[in-house]
Structure formats: C-alpha cells, structure tokens
Design a protein around this ligand. Structure first.
Ligand SMILES: [Zn+2]
Ligand SMILES: [Zn+2]
Length: 469
C-alpha cells in the first residue's frame, strides 16, 4: 500500500475552504480513493479546525492500494494549486512529475502538395474538462500519415498539422487520479457514437459522429498528447511492465497495421492449408498479414513484393511467407508472373491436390499496378480483400463473368477495430507473431515519411519518442 498526504495552506482571510470527505470505489479494482473536495464557507464555520490557528490547512488525502493483480497504482499529486473558489476541475499528475510547458513535435507548418514536416518546439496543451494528458512513449508511422500530411484534404488541418495515429503512452495528468499511469493507445479512429446504424453494424469507421487522429485531434508525433479520455484505447498493464522480451515499440504494430491485417484475414478466413497471396508482403500491413495467415490460421502464404525488399528481409523472410514471387517489373509479362504464382500454389498444396490458383488474396500495396487484374490471383469462389490505398484515385475493375460465373468475393478493409488490435497485441505478447520493426527517433520521422512516399520502407517503422516511465 502506498499513501500520499498532500497539504496545502492558505491564509485565513475572507471566505475559506473546507473539505467534504468522499470515498470513491472504482469497479473492478480494490483501489480506494478518499479525497476532500473544496467547499466554500465563512471562517466562523470552521470550528472543527484548531481555532487558535490563523491558518487553515487543506488536506488532499489519496490512499492508493495494490489492485487484485498486485499491480501498484501510481500515487498522485495535485497538479494545480487551488487558488480559486470556482468549479474548476481539480487536476492530478503522476507523483513527482511536473508537466513541462513545451515539447518536441513533428509539425507540418503548412500542408502542401509535398511533405513538409519539421521538428518544432511547441507548447504542451493544458487539458480541458474530460481530457487527459498522455506522455507518448512509442508511435508507429504509417503510409496513411503521408496522405494526411499533403493536400490539404477536406477537414484536415492545413497549418501546424501533427500527424501520427498509432501511439502508446501513459496518462500523466487527469482529474481522475485512478487513471494516472494507465497505459493507453491513440489509434486512427478515436471516438464514435456507438448508437448510430453504422456503429451498431460494427462499422464505427462510417460513424458520422466519429473523431479521429489526426483529423480532429493532433496526432502522436509529439511528446505530450492532450485529448479526451474517450478517444483513447485502454491497454493491458503488460505493455510496459517488462515482463516479456517484446519491446513496447513492437506493440504499436498492433494498433493500425496489425489490426488492419487482422481484419483482412478475418474476411478471407482461410482454412488450414489454404493458400493466401499477399501483395506488399514486406510492408507494415503485409508482413503481419503473412504471419497471421501462417501462425493463426495455418494457411500457406505466397508473398509478392519488389525483389530488393525480399533481399533486404534476409532470414526474416522465412517468418512471413512460404514462397516468394517478385512483383512483375518491366520486361516481365503478366502471364509469366501469374504462371509463377500458380506454380508456387501447386508446390505448397502438394501432389495430392489438383493445381489451382490461390484461395485468397490480400492486397496490401498502395500502388495502382497492384489493383490490376486482381481476379487472376484466385480460384473460383476465391476471396479478395483490398487494404492498401493508392494516393491517386483508381477504379477496380474485372470482367463481370469473373464476378458472377467465378463467384469471386471482393471486400474492402479500411482498418481493424479495437477487437483486432487486442487480438494482435496478444499474439505479439505470446510470440505468435513478431513484427519486423525498425526503431527510429522522433527527429527521423520526416525523412522516414519521405521514404514512405516512395514505398521505400521495410516492415514497420516505430518511433521511440521518450523513455518508458
Ligand atoms: Zn495507419
Ligand atoms: Zn456512430
């Protein structure tokens, strides 16, 4: 058990403040808080205090116990001295922590047709009622951040834009001390109404009331994120507790790329031994999709990507796919590329199964060429899931006979939800999938984002923003 006793003092002049004891029991934990909210009173009413004293002491008594799992809750301290008698919320920060006034962030001062990101020192935004401050510790970077940071697109901030939508950190400032220290994630989809038709149909990304990072809230490329608590996803305590060999940075791969890969595989739902082709297999979504298909569904995976990326993967390639076919470069005919895919299908299925095309296709590339002739990859009745989004507007087309007579299924996945994120985080914790990550610093974000614009990144790029608390 940890006990914190804070004492504030003020002169006994004019109205003074007394304290009304209140106990708060939080459901699902044994943590008990006692606090003494301020009420206003005349000095003559404070007889319960030693009247010989000319000063009145204010007590803020917060008792913090270990929860049922033995996890110690962080002790809290009052963040703001109570010099006012109004209804301002009472803010708490983590013990021994003072919120800095400024922070480092990757900002796009003016959003234009090309990436224009620079590191800047900007103010830490003080929270409003209902908000918390999160000390960001890791964030992933994602190809979508390139799309969000050029334009400007309708609705997105055109000046002083802060991108980033897959970050993890700890809450360090809140009106609710029980939240302090809690690990949380900021994902693209922040808040949604949960009551409209789209939300009830499991499509919160179509909710008209939604807010998201970085459209409505500044993104995760900053040291201190100030945002409403309802916009954050609660994370398990083990994310930061060091109980496994997994770097917390790897978990960021489960928030956006991993969740999208997870939902794409759910749409295909391959059976054990089925063959799934994944294009863009060396990218952030593609490589996790490959691991999920193999290690969760027991499927066989044919990876497609540029030859140089295959070479760069080295021995890691064996963890992602069973066979690799280079994307058709100049001089390689589409027919010979498809013949190679079928040849690998035959090898993976073995001689007992008559030759046929793949059972499923996940398109995780964001290039126009990746969406050409997509019906050629899969068998009759096969499933095609589109995940990668090219920057330019394109149409997906195929002969109607393929769709009707071959009974092909085509579906789109914008992103996964909390459910898929939690599942992928757990797979990572158990070692069932090991995201291939490149750790970078916050300062390196602009150059890495430029590499994204040219499809030059491998696996998942994750940014260590600050040390773990
Ligand atoms: Zn993303
Ligand atoms: Zn809704």
């Amino acid at each position: 058990m940890t006990s914190v006793l804070g004492m504030l003092q003020e002169k006994n002049a004019g109205p003074v403040r007394l304290f009304e004891p209140r106990a708060i029991n939080r459901p699902g934990t044994t943590t008990v808080f006692e606090e003494y909210p301020v009420i206003e009173a005349d000095a003559s009413q404070i007889s319960q205090y030693d009247s010989s004293e000319t000063e009145v002491e204010e007590f803020v008594h917060i008792e913090v116990m270990e929860d049922a799992n033995g996890d110690e809750k962080f002790p809290a301290q009052r963040a703001v001295d109570d010099n006012t008698l109004d209804d301002e919320p009472k803010w708490f920060t983590l013990s021994n922590m003072t919120l800095p006034k400024t922070q480092n962030a990757i900002v796009t001062p003016v959003v234009g047709q090309t990436l224009n990101q620079v590191q800047q020192t900007i103010p830490v935004q003080l929270p409003q009622q209902g908000e918390v401050v999160v000390k960001m510790i890791w964030t992933g970077i994602c190809g979508s951040d390139v799309l969000f940071s050029v334009g400007p697109q309708p609705g997105y901030c055109g000046i002083d834009h802060i991108a980033g939508h897959e970050g993890i950190g700890r809450i360090v400032m809140s009106t609710d001390p029980s939240l302090l220290g809690s690990p949380v994630a900021a994902r693209y989809l922040a808040a949604y109404c949960r009551s409209c038709q789209a939300c009830r149909d499991g499509l919160p990304e179509s909710c008209p009331m939604q807010t998201n990072f970085p459209k409505h809230h500044n993104g995760t490329f900053q040291e201190y994120l100030t945002v409403s608590i309802e916009s954050l996803m609660k994370l398990p305590q083990w994310i930061f507790d060091g109980s496994s060999t997994v770097s917390p940075g790897q978990y960021t791969a489960g928030l956006c790329s991993g969740a999208a890969a997870g939902r794409a595989l759910k749409k295909i739902n391959p059976r054990h031994g089925d063959v799934v082709v994944i294009t863009g297999v060396a990218g952030g979504i593609g490589h996790i999709a490959g691991m999920l298909a193999r290690n969760v569904y027991g499927a066989k995976v044919i990876g497609v990507d540029w030859g140089w990326k295959y070479n760069a993967l080295g021995p890691m390639a064996a963890k992602i796919f069973d066979a690799f076919v280079p994307a058709p470069e100049e001089g390689v005919s589409w027919a010979s590329f498809q013949a190679k895919i079928e040849e690998e299908c035959t090898k993976l299925r073995g001689p007992a199964v008559s030759s046929r095309k793949a059972d499923g296709l996940v398109i995780a590339v964001s290039t126009k060429v990746g969406y050409q002739n997509i019906g050629d990859y899969v068998r009759d009745g096969g499933s095609i899931v589109c995940v990668g989004v090219p920057k330019e507007k394109i149409n997906v087309s195929m002969p109607l006979s393929d769709l009707v007579e071959r009974a092909l299924r085509i579906q789109g996945v914008l992103m996964g939800g909390w459910e898929e994120s939690y599942e992928v985080l757990e797979y990572i914790r158990r070692g069932m999938i090991t995201p291939i990550v490149t750790n970078i610093s916050l300062q390196e974000v602009p150059s890495r984002m430029k590499a994204f614009a040219h499809h030059g990144n491998l696996g998942k790029i994750v940014v260590q923003i600050q040390d773990v608390l």
